[in-house]
Design a protein around this ligand. Structure first.
Ligand SMILES: [Fe+2]
Length: 136
């Protein structure tokens, strides 16, 4: 392997990393879409439109679940965490903190605020809100 090849491979993410990025950003977009449809169906005055929007919202949930499953199958950390947190009846916050969450406070870790900030940021980007107006 030449130095040029090494340099090129360091600068360009692998196909695996790119695929995971596409899956993660698509998951965020699907969740934002769920939230958008949810907001709209609660403010519409037309029952037929409300039904259409509810149908769309539920389809976005399905898309999000498919992406999450794709991610789970390829990321052992997600796989382990999802197995630990999903489909349980005991209080969610009683689970041990996840490894790799050192940058979050205890409250943020348990509430998933870090993930919600990403979704809120994406929503604001889509709405065209000025970045200088953001308070994170
Ligand atoms: Fe979708």
């Amino acid at each position: 392997m030449t130095a040029a090849t090494t340099h090129e491979s360091r600068d360009r993410p692998s196909a695996e990393i790119q695929d995971m990025h596409h899956a993660l950003t698509s998951l965020i977009e699907e969740l934002v879409a769920v939230d958008t449809y949810e907001d709209r169906l609660h403010t519409t005055t037309d029952d037929d439109l409300r039904s259409v929007l509810a149908n769309h919202r539920d389809e976005e949930k399905e898309h999000a679940c498919m992406l999450l499953e794709w991610i789970r199958r390829r990321d052992p950390e997600f796989d382990g965490l999802l197995r630990r947190f999903l489909f349980r009846a005991d209080p969610i916050a009683r689970s041990e903190p996840a490894r790799g969450d050192h940058h979050q406070t205890g409250e943020e870790r348990h509430l998933g605020i870090g993930a919600l900030r990403g979704i809120d940021r994406l929503r604001r980007e889509r709405s065209g809100e000025e970045i200088s107006d953001w308070v994170d």
